[in-house]
Design a binder for this molecule. Structure first.
Ligand SMILES: *Cc1c(COP(=O)(O)O)cnc(C)c1O
Length: 416
């Protein structure tokens, strides 16, 4: 596999094959990851990577764009159809780039933004002090309630009344419940703020119609294409038609140079796949698996933040198990299970330690795992956490995990 890389760069080849083996032999429970189709990989590895195409289809600053124009137009039309949006910009290199464009299309540096508290599930690009968002805007936060661990809309509205943000950034990296987009739109309208919704995590479920869509409510919707949407790494912006020109201009030349045409071609493939009935069935299984895994963990004494999930992910409170998120991540990794430590709301531990882990089912569902496998996985997680001090026990679990993974090849004809 990857013979040309092997010839040119044996050192790198080893790393790539190592990664292929890691993906095949371990359980990927990181909620933001997935395995793309081979068609997406092919588009990513295509000659479109060679092409400069600053501008937009039909209005480029370079000659020879007739074929990449087709690719980008396909991606745009399919994204609009998939989400029922009036406008789509498929050029952002990442979710964060999409958010930069969204902010700068609507507000100016120095303006106030309301975003979800990062330790309650918000994203870096929603106001982390070291991120551009936290450096260029005044950030005020909305929080989840201590009791219900659901977004506290009443408190958010009080904050809006007091701080008068010009923009509400709604969306999360670690919030497993449904967002009430309509309610946020009403609040935004009442206080004359823009509503941007970042559905990076939920996009695949939204495309399949099993999670509420913010498209009719939000001024701008941003997303990634590589999480539940199962496409290439990249960003996406959807909006009402009135913002189309501003968004396109803010993204290029405002915030990016040449678009990554191979990635845009891969987005076109991804959107086509997402329009198929099989994709809807896949997303239904992602949700079923997440709910089943949450119940299986609860049955083993793990507290799931907010008591369950309405999407592909869950936040697990480990305090009752006397282990930090950091140590759980390490123990699980030794057992062949990949997760990330994550703060739980009102976490007493610092962000590099945490009291929780975040678990998601998009990747394991892509490989075909179903309900009964969730029970086995919950068992392995519990066994690893219980045996955190024994490398021998963890190695034993890793072998069982590999046995399970062997039954679900990701790319059957990719030889390691
Ligand atoms: C993952 C994520 C992003 C950013 O994606 P990158 O492509 O890594 O920049 C933005 N917003 C939210 C809510 C996310 O979860």
């Amino acid at each position: 596999m990857y013979e040309e890389i092997k010839k040119t760069d044996p050192q790198l080849h080893k790393a790539v094959i190592g990664e292929l083996a890691r993906q095949q032999n371990k359980l990927e429970l990181i909620a933001s990851e997935n395995y793309t189709s081979k068609a997406v990989l092919e588009a990513l590895g295509s000659v479109l990577t060679n092409k400069y195409a600053e501008g937009y289809p039909g209005k480029r600053y370079y000659g020879g764009c007739e074929f990449v124009d087709v690719a980008e137009q396909l991606a745009i039309e399919r994204a609009k159809k998939l989400f029922g949006a009036q406008h789509a910009n498929v050029q952002p290199h990442s979710g964060t780039q999409a958010n930069i464009t969204a902010y700068l299309s609507l507000i100016k540096p120095g303006d106030t933004v309301l975003g979800l508290n990062l330790s309650h599930g918000g994203h870096l690009s929603h106001g982390h002090p070291l991120n551009f968002s936290g450096r260029y805007f005044k950030i005020v936060t909305m929080n989840v309630s201590k009791e219900t661990e659901l977004l506290d809309y009443e408190e958010a509205e009080k904050t809006i009344e007091k701080e008068r943000p010009r923009l509400i950034m709604a969306g999360a990296s670690n919030y497993s419940r449904v967002w009430n987009w309509a309610r946020l739109k009403k609040i935004a309208d009442a206080w004359k703020a823009y509503l941007v919704t970042d559905v990076a995590h939920y996009a695949g479920l939204i495309a399949a119609g099993i999670y509420p869509s913010p498209v009719e409510y939000a001024d701008i919707v941003t997303s990634t294409t590589h999480k539940t949407l199962r496409g290439p790494r990249g960003g996406l912006i959807l909006s009402k038609a009135v913002y189309a020109k501003t968004i396109d201009r803010t993204n290029f030349p405002g915030n990016q140079g040449g678009p990554l045409m191979h990635a845009i071609a891969a987005k076109a493939v991804c959107f086509k796949e997402a329009l198929s009935p099989a994709f809807t069935e896949y997303q239904k299984q992602v949700l079923k698996n997440a709910r089943k895994l949450a119940r299986e963990l609860q049955a083993r004494g793990y507290r799931i933040v907010s008591g369950g999930t309405d999407c592909h992910l869950m936040s697990v409170d480990l305090r009752a198990k006397d282990i930090t998120g950091k140590d759980a991540e390490i123990a699980l990794d030794k057992a062949g299970i990949t997760v990330n430590k994550n703060t739980i709301p009102y976490d007493p531990q610092p962000p590099m330690v945490t009291s929780g882990i975040r678990i998601g089912t998009p990747a394991i569902t892509t490989r075909g795992m179903k309900d009964r496998d969730m029970a086995a996985i919950a068992g392995y997680i519990d066994e690893a956490i219980t045996n955190k001090g024994s490398d021998k026990a963890l190695k034993g679990i890793a072998e069982k995990v590999k046995g399970l993974c062997d039954k679900f090849p990701i790319y059957p004809d990719f030889k390691i």
